[in-house]
Design a protein around this ligand. Structure first.
Ligand code: NDP
Length: 286
């Protein structure tokens, strides 16, 4: 079984690489943006012709949420045209596509966890391009699994956990917003779930294509998340909660984006760790 991973040097791509050795039965092909540009259809065709993947995990994305507001064309190119190109080559090669999307497709006005059936309504360019990317895939190829995830962190790439650890080394006090509620996702847990889904598709004739939510269990604010990061790493810092109003950003974030995971748990039988428990497994001081 050949599994192609795009955007392989990103946070999730590296997390998949870190666990790939546990699965010798899978021939992983990791391709960075330099080796496979998803915005270039010819580049996609050439890589698919060469490796003939049975599955493709599209971990390539434009993920700069605030910057997307000032460069929407670039975000669109990678998140929509890129997703469309990958769906096109998956279709032509009969490969199953696993594509990663985001909690930012929702506007955050809910007060209960979002299910896959809830109506998306992104509030910014990044969320809109990710939603349009989902739609582009759905129009082209029916053998897709779209996984919406949230607040991804790990020891790899750039993420909130690493930013907090870096800032704690530079400052004595820090303010973090406490009025945005969501769930952190350990990128390694996401990587393992993606592989579990592939194994499920490979071993059972049941059709499981569609949209799924995945994050760790539980919920917290960014302030709670920061507090836990410092607690686990025994970092003493004056940490203050602030409102989003006192920390304006170019892109408006959803105030609430907890994802309901019933569907993925039922369909694939996955057990999901609580976010605090999972955070403890990887926290370290950079
Ligand atoms: P990263 O930004 O760490 O990784 C994205 C990767 O995509 C980078 O390696 C980047 O390469 C690559 N890429 C950019 N443009 C192209 C291109 N044209 N062709 C091929 N590759 C390209 O993001 P994450 O790993 O954190 O995110 C993985 C997925 O999860 C994304 O779909 C994202 O939208 C989603 N997600 C992420 C969340 C988070 O908190 N990080 C939250 C919710 C969803 P390069 O660096 O060379 O440009």
């Amino acid at each position: 079984m050949v599994v192609l991973v795009t955007g392989a040097n990103g946070q999730l791509g590296q997390a998949i690489q870190s666990v790939s050795g546990i699965y010798p039965q899978i021939a992983f092909v990791f391709r960075s943006s330099a080796e496979l540009d998803v915005t270039n259809l010819q580049s996609c065709i050439a890589v698919f012709e060469k490796y003939q993947p049975d599955y493709c995990i599209n971990a390539a994305a434009y993920t700069a949420v605030d910057k997307a507001e000032s460069e929407p064309e670039k975000a669109y190119l990678i998140n929509v045209i890129g997703a469309r190109n990958i769906a096109e080559v998956c279709k032509n090669n009969r490969a199953i596509l696993l594509h990663i999307s985001t909690d930012f497709v929702f506007d955050g006005t809910s007060i209960i966890p979002y299910t896959e059936e809830d109506l998306p309504n992104p509030t910014g360019v990044y969320g809109k391009t990710k939603l349009d990317g989902e739609k582009a895939i759905q129009e082209i190829w029916n053998k897709y699994i779209i996984i919406r995830t949230s607040w991804v962190y790990s020891q790899f790439g750039n993420n909130f956990m690493k930013t907090m650890l870096r800032l704690a080394a530079e400052r004595t006090h820090l303010s973090v917003v406490n009025d945005q509620i969501g769930t952190p996702t350990n990128a390694v847990d996401l990587a393992e779930v993606l592989i579990k889904m592939i194994q499920f598709c490979q071993n059972t004739p049941i059709e499981v294509f569609g949209v799924y939510n995945f994050s760790n269990e539980g919920q917290c604010s960014w302030y709670d998340f920061a507090k836990k990061i410092f607690e686990i790493n025994t970092i003493k810092i004056d940490l203050q909660p602030i409102s989003s109003d006192s920390y304006p950003t170019p892109a408006r974030r959803p105030a609430y984006s907890v994802l309901d995971k019933c569907k993925i748990k039922k369909a694939f039988g996955v057990a999901i760790k609580n976010w605090e428990e999972s955070l403890k497994t990887i926290s370290f001081i950079t």
